[in-house]
Design a protein. Sequence first.
Length: 216
Amino acid sequence: MSIIKYDVIPLVVIKRLPRYHRVLSELSAKGIGRISSQELAATMKITASQLRQDLSCFGSFGQQGYGYRVDQLLTEVNQILGLNYGTGMILVGAGFLGKALVNYENFQKRGFTIQAVFDQDPEVVGQSVNGIKVSNVSGLATYLQKNPTEIGIICTPAPAAQEVADVMVQSGIKGIWNFAPISLKVPEGVHVEHVHISESLMVLSFKIRQQYPNGD
């Protein structure tokens, strides 16, 4: 596959890629071999024109009058998302959220593997989470030097998050999945995906109140 310049692809299109992956995976699991652009677009809740425009950002897919081969398009989306290669991850912050992420089985099914877990709480260090022994965060840099890793997950309290991110960046981490309630500062070339759980909940609350202002 040719190199794609993702910086020229609209962010809204990139954010739709996981939805394409989910929908195509569900279609494949149901044994559906091919699907028209109209049918796939309806399932995605977008227009057929938008679907074709999205996919054209990454190449030429499907045949006019035939539609798309589901498994073939799913393979292409896997390739675009980098799911065919396997991605190693480490996690810092083995609290309730951190442990839940370590125990989440679907990561491995999609090629993501949490290989090490770190914390600074003496009561947590040494515990086993889903077969992974929690190490002291003081050894994070040493671990990363010996075990180059692409993605770091931060589930620490806000005051510790930037320091952890700095260690990750200095140790070669290429992307950070940040659950701490703080915006991290990282150098160019390191990608951060902020996950603000409470903000998402507030948006949901707003939508409900807009539709049901009196709680009806």
